[in-house]
Design a binder for this molecule. Structure first.
Ligand SMILES: Cc1cc2nc3c(=O)[nH]c(=O)nc-3n(C[C@H](O)[C@H](O)[C@H](O)COP(=O)(O)OP(=O)(O)OC[C@H]3O[C@@H](n4cnc5c(N)ncnc54)[C@H](O)[C@@H]3O)c2cc1C
Length: 383
């Protein structure tokens, strides 16, 4: 069979033509995508948001549990109880939940107990309880509230493992090692959730700088560490490849969490596999002393502050405004002054963080300002 006939028989006629073109090209090799197979002509179509103030259907303020030295993952002996702390994840609790849950599980494994009490059922508590159960522990969750009445339900829901995770000036090499370990474990675990009832998925994320001087980091939360090679990196788009009226546009793929169904999915699985859950508020260490289990894993988030007198732990409040869902919009975007994320349960606008604020009353003016900032951007978009 002649060379050309072979390519045709194999259905690769076009490739053969491309190969000839490649070998005859005097100015050096060209990638196929650049010339012969150029499918991506012009800018990518990006659907616009329907933005108006009357489309705001919900406003929430969540309190990020922040510790300047980073999340507390350590063992403490109080009386005859072994307490394993796992709280204080700041703006990265969703992202790091499985990783710090694994670190807490390793500390539990240092004990000989098989019956474990776990305090709290936010994203950190649910992930940690699941991991312990997978390792054969009998876990009972004691919690004041369950989803949707937990801080975790008030998050944006994106992979942001270093957002407000600590104050960089207080961070130690030991903490950074723990963070990296947690980050890698969580990332890998979350890839196993892809396709499961749509609780985790990957989507496009844009950073739009209308003026170069008006830069934003994307999450409004300052990603203070970066682990290269884990997730796709930001790429700068040339003007012809995006529809925005902006000086600098970056794009990457990022993981997004479908918050309401994610928490339900994992909590239901925990219960289906024989885990127990009791609604009970822990007001003091005496309440912990009264629990039947000797090993207690503390995943109470900000709730740990009064019980364990943690002076470092403080809130960083964050408001979100939820707009009527738009199923055709499936990307995240951040610009100076506002960001949005598209979820099944709505389009979430955000961008605030007030250190030390315990106030959970939404500020309507702020939500409307975000609508204005993003309307302005959409108005100038091509298409
Ligand atoms: C606006 C906003 C956006 C965010 N966006 C992201 C994001 O995109 N990605 C990300 O990774 N993170 C994000 N975060 C951070 C993330 O939401 C938190 O880090 C995370 O929810 C903390 O989870 P948790 O389980 O420790 O706490 P919580 O969700 O607060 O859960 C604590 C649990 O402990 C229980 N509890 C508390 N006190 C007691 C008590 N005394 N007795 C018994 N039970 C008690 C509660 O009822 C609850 O069940 C965001 C946060 C906010 C506010």
């Amino acid at each position: 069979m002649k060379r050309r006939d072979f390519f045709m028989a194999a259905g690769l006629g076009g490739l053969a033509v491309g190969t000839q073109g490649l070998s005859s090209c005097a100015s050096g090799p060209k990638l196929y995508g650049e010339s012969n197979f150029n499918i991506n002509k012009g800018y990518q179509f990006i659907p616009k948001l329907k933005l108006s103030k009357d489309r705001i259907i919900k406003e929430t303020v969540g309190l990020r549990p922040f510790r300047p030295s980073g999340p507390r993952i350590e063992k403490e002996i109080i009386g005859n109880k072994t307490i394993i702390h796992n709280y204080g994840h700041g703006g990265s609790g969703w992202s790091l939940s499985w990783g710090t849950g694994n670190l807490a599980r390793n500390l539990v494994k240092e004990t000989s107990e098989k019956k474990i009490a776990l305090l709290g059922s936010g994203t950190v508590g649910i992930a940690t309880a699941t991991l312990l159960q997978e390792s054969g522990y009998e876990v009972t969750i004691y919690t004041k509230d369950v989803p949707p009445n937990v801080t975790s339900n008030l998050a944006t829901g994106t992979w942001s493992p270093a957002s407000r995770v600590c104050d960089k000036t207080k961070s130690t090499p030991e903490f950074e090692k723990k963070w990296e370990n947690a980050c890698r474990f969580s990332f890998n675990r979350m890839q196993m959730m892809l396709g499961l009832d749509d609780i985790v998925h990957w989507g496009d994320e844009y950073l739009v700088h209308r003026e170069i001087s008006n830069r934003t980091d994307g999450n409004g939360g300052g990603e203070i560490f970066h682990l290269p090679g884990l997730a796709p990196e930001w790429k700068e788009l040339s003007k012809k490849d995006h529809p925005f009226n902006a000086e600098l546009v970056r794009k990457r793929s990022n993981m997004l969490f479908n918050i309401p169904s994610y928490l339900n999915f994992h909590l239901n699985n925990f219960l289906l596999r024989g885990g127990k859950l009791k609604i009970q508020e822990i007001k003091s260490v005496e309440d912990i002393d009264a629990l039947p289990e000797k090993v207690v894993v503390n995943c109470m988030g900000l709730g740990a502050k009064p019980v364990f007198n943690d002076e470092e732990l403080m809130p960083i409040s964050g408001q979100l405004a939820c707009l009527v869902p738009q199923t055709e919009v499936n990307y995240k975007l951040a610009t100076k002054g506002a960001y949005f994320i598209t979820r099944k349960d709505g389009i979430y606008l955000g961008g605030s963080g007030i250190e030390g604020s315990w106030d959970t009353t939404p500020n309507r003016e702020l939500s409307e300002k975000w609508v204005d900032v993003l309307s302005d951007l959409m108005k100038d978009m091509k298409g």
